[in-house]
Design a protein around this ligand. Sequence first.
Ligand code: NAP
Ligand code: GDP
Length: 326
Amino acid sequence: HTRVKMTNTTIPGADKLTDNDVILVTGGTGLFGKGIEANVKKYNLKGKWIFLSSKDGDLRNQEQCEKLFTENKPTYVIHLAAFVGGLFRNMKYKPEFWIDNVNMNNNVLSCCHKYKVKKTVSCLSTCVFPDKVTYPILESSLHNGPPHFSNDAYAYAKRMVDCLGKWFNERQRNETGDDTVRFTTVIPTNLFGPHDNFQIEDGHVLPGLMHKAKIALDTNSDFVIYGTGKPLRQFLYSVDAGHMAIWALLNYNSEEPVMISVGEDDEVSIADAAMVILDKMGFKGNVVYDTTKSDGQYKKTASNEKFKRLYPDFVFTPFDQAIEET
Ligand code: NAP
Ligand code: GDP
């Protein structure tokens, strides 16, 4: 037998981009932004792609945000910039999670509306859904109850992006009769990949575990998993997420959010994910669980049914391959 490796060969709708387009990616230097950049290179996409960092302008500041729009004149925007972090950072900096994210979102979306950007895709997260929710989670339950206490500030800030985008769509419909959807959102599950934040206390679980595995290997010490290892997560490779976000920009014409996620069957426990990392990194020492640390949400199983229905041919990178590449 010849093993045929399934892979994506194109991004649908790429032919809609021209060299006159300017695609501004806020937060373009982060994990997700780098995943988008990898796809722009891989598929040689047309247009001028600008990947912004906070050094190009602080989006919490209205004047600095406006300057980025008047100077770059974007025709498309993918809005990723956010104050983000894993469970432990979310619990520690709640006022900042609310204030910084709301300010960034208000400034960016207001500029997109003011300067008539053709399409803006903003980014929510599956951790902003109600804590008490029916599984698998559907996009339509976004506002149906309070979020988990551990990340409520982040969750409320993110949920309001959905609202603000819809209010701008509505204003445009009312004022001009144009019912083109200019604002929409994607909802990724847990992302990981190259260029992640590998800090142990402030980052997400997979890069944190990779960093801890490196230390355990180097110092011949125990490998510590925080919590019980039992919580379940759907991990999405940032390069796959980048492909899906570009797909949404060019093809998704609804203002309702679309989940971008691996399937429900691909949900793994923190312990199992840790074992894949340890296997790839060649760690054979002791594994211990620090149950004084929080587990956070037990699960947030999301349905990717809508995405798969709209883009049935999309091929996900296998988890172990993505871990290896990371
Ligand atoms: P990240 O790696 O921390 O990157 C954040 C990006 O935002 C960086 O480019 C950063 O620029 C920029 N930024 C932060 N504060 C800014 C400010 N005040 N002004 C301008 N730019 C600012 O984050 P990420 O993981 O790629 O997340 C991207 C998006 O995906 C976020 O909206 C996040 O909520 C969402 N998301 C992430 C995950 C995940 O698991 N990581 C899951 C679901 C959703 P500098 O690097 O220059 O500071
Ligand atoms: P969440 O998915 O939003 O909860 O955020 P994280 O990416 O921080 O994942 C948190 C889950 O991984 C919790 O169950 C933690 O107890 C567990 N975990 C285990 N080890 C680590 C670690 O080293 N860092 C982090 N951030 N979480 C860990």
